[in-house]
Design a protein around this ligand. Structure first.
Ligand SMILES: Cc1cc2nc3c(=O)[nH]c(=O)nc-3n(C[C@H](O)[C@H](O)[C@H](O)COP(=O)(O)OP(=O)(O)OC[C@H]3O[C@@H](n4cnc5c(N)ncnc54)[C@H](O)[C@@H]3O)c2cc1C
Length: 506
């Protein structure tokens, strides 16, 4: 008998979503990630959970409706990670006519099932707070509802749920060879040790590495894929409201500017074709200038490339020009030659429809195993067992229980861990119970939790993916964090989250 029912190569959003779905349906699953979970494209996104207005503009009505239905599911299953926001498009006489924009937005409202979020409206920016940050002469803007997600924590939440349902999640484990017969035989370098394992089916969810994994690991003809790099910039906070601004650039591109980690603004996205190693992606200087110029057309406060605090880039697999056209939410192939073990290949796609993509992928395996029915549309992700409208109540409750928390600290912790905040803070009575501090926010207790329960191994895993506290942490604190992590022994060596006693129970 094979060691596993399903082995997955790649611990980005596609891989962990498949792992979660399959483990919850009773399959024996192993996920192999060569670096950190979500360490590639899945932590470099523009963080939008949306139907995508540009798809609506291209008349992709069915796709938009399906994505909006998924948005609704995310709000119910991950209310801590996915937050509704009001998006603002300033009307611009040089671009799409106002009547057209307004019509698209009315249709966008109508396509959203359930109508759970406030509908779109026209606002007079000369008297509305959203206008404070904008240059004159924008007189009118359109507001509509969509959502923003903490992308890298969404990856982790999926992985935690998969592990709790029995999946073996291995970061730092690179699949170097996969031989196919009636089962798969995989060779893996797992944190420096060579391991061999067998699996009844294999999923290649290696993102921008998909073609090279096919060619060099599976030794099969690679799918006809190209890759592009998408990039964003992070600058200081440019506006006080909690809106996401959508700007029509003069080349027709839509540029998003969203609040980021309280004190910053994330501006993107730009795209360029890519060849090379997806682990080494960088934003071109011309693209940084392009995004600054786009923002300067609209915001009163000017920015230039020297204001950029950080750039964020990720490579995504896309169908090669002339290759088979794949729509963004069905970027998946399934292959099962007679007598050979099944192979699923998932590439690209978006965050919004990742749950559905995983559900469909795992469903392709139903002829091969007994498995329980689809389940992820109704099951909350870890920490997500409350209604999204109750988010502020959860923050208040956290401040009642841990009285030393400031409002922003409680907000950050509830947004990251949801109802599992107690697993991080335990019975701590004051901040000193949480161990050493690294910067103004991070504590020893949180670091130990992330190492024991969320596969964090190195400072960057915490500073840029489990949290985004790298943006504000002083260099000396980073060094102290590195030393603390090196001396802590609570990292899960296996796929199961390690044992961890929260503060106050030591
Ligand atoms: C910049 C950017 C912005 C985006 N913005 C949005 C957005 O706003 N909204 C939206 O819905 N979607 C967005 N997307 C799309 C979405 O983020 C991606 O489709 C999704 O994250 C891709 O996930 P993935 O798992 O396929 O790839 P990845 O996250 O890249 O994961 C692939 C993983 O495979 C691992 N791997 C590769 N080879 C091996 C091997 N041999 N062994 C083990 N592991 C291996 C890699 O280390 C990597 O971690 C964006 C994408 C990018 C790049």
């Amino acid at each position: 008998m094979a060691d596993y029912d399903l082995a997955i190569i790649g611990g980005g959003l596609n891989g962990v979503s498949v792992a979660r779905d399959a483990a919850g349906r009773g399959l024996r699953v192993i996920l192999l990630e060569q670096g950190d979970l979500g360490g590639a494209a899945s932590s470099a996104t523009s963080r939008l959970i949306h139907g995508d207005l540009s798809v609506l503009e291209r008349r992709g009505f069915f796709r938009v409706r399906r994505a909006l239905a998924e948005r609704d599911i995310w709000l119910r299953t991950a209310p801590h990670l996915v937050r509704p926001q009001r998006f603002v498009i300033p009307a611009h006489s040089d671009e799409r006519p106002s009547w057209l924009l307004r019509s698209w937005l009315l249709l966008y409202d109508r396509l959203a099932p359930g109508m759970r979020l406030p509908v779109s409206e026209t606002v007079d920016v000369t008297h509305h707070p959203v206008g404070n940050a904008l240059k004159r002469p924008f007189g009118t803007a359109f507001e509509y509802s969509d959502c923003v997600v903490d992308d890298s924590r969404l990856v982790i939440a999926n992985a935690v749920d998969a592990a709790e349902r029995g999946a073996d999640i291995r970061s730092g484990a690179r699949c170097v060879r996969a031989d196919r017969s009636d089962t798969w035989r995989l060779a893996v370098i797992d944190r420096g040790h060579r391991r061999v394992m067998t699996s009844l089916a294999l999923a290649n969810a290696s993102g921008a590495w998909t073609a090279s994994v096919s060619e060099t690991v599976l030794r099969m003809p690679p799918p006809n894929l190209g890759a592009d790099v998408m990039s964003q910039i992070i600058v200081r906070r440019l506006f006080d409201t909690d809106n996401v601004y959508v700007f029509q650039n003069d080349d027709g591109q839509l540029i998003f500017a969203s609040p980021y980690q309280r004190d910053f603004t994330l501006i993107g996205t730009v795209r360029q074709a890519f060849r090379g190693d997806p682990a080494i992606v960088a934003m071109a200087a011309g693209q940084v200038a392009y995004l600054c110029d786009a923002a300067n057309r609209y915001f009163r406060e000017r920015i230039d490339p020297s204001d950029v605090v950080r750039t964020v880039s990720g490579a995504n697999a896309i169908p090669a020009p002339g290759g088979k056209r794949a729509v963004r939410d069905s970027a998946m192939t399934f292959d099962r030659p007679r007598g050979k073990a099944p192979l699923l290949t998932l590439f690209g796609g978006d965050i919004t429809t990742s749950r559905l993509r995983a559900e469909r992928a795992v469903s392709r395996l139903t002829p091969f195993y007994p498995m329980s029915p689809r389940w992820t549309a109704k099951a909350p992700l870890p920490g997500g067992d409350f209604a999204w409208a109750q988010f502020d109540h959860e923050v208040d409750a956290a401040r009642q229980r841990w009285r030393f928390l400031t409002e922003p600290q409680a907000q950050r912790l509830v947004a990251a861990y949801g109802s599992r905040i107690a697993a991080v803070l335990g019975d701590a009575k004051d901040r000193a119970d949480l161990g050493p501090a690294f910067g103004p926010e991070l504590t020893g207790a949180e670091v130990r939790y992330l190492m024991a329960r969320e596969w964090a191994r190195f400072p960057d895993d915490i500073l840029w993916r489990r949290t985004k506290l790298g943006l504000t942490m002083p260099a000396a604190d980073r060094e102290a964090l590195a030393a603390f992590m090196a001396s802590s022994v609570c990292s899960p060596g296996s796929g199961l989250p390690g044992s961890y006693e929260p503060p106050g129970k030591l």
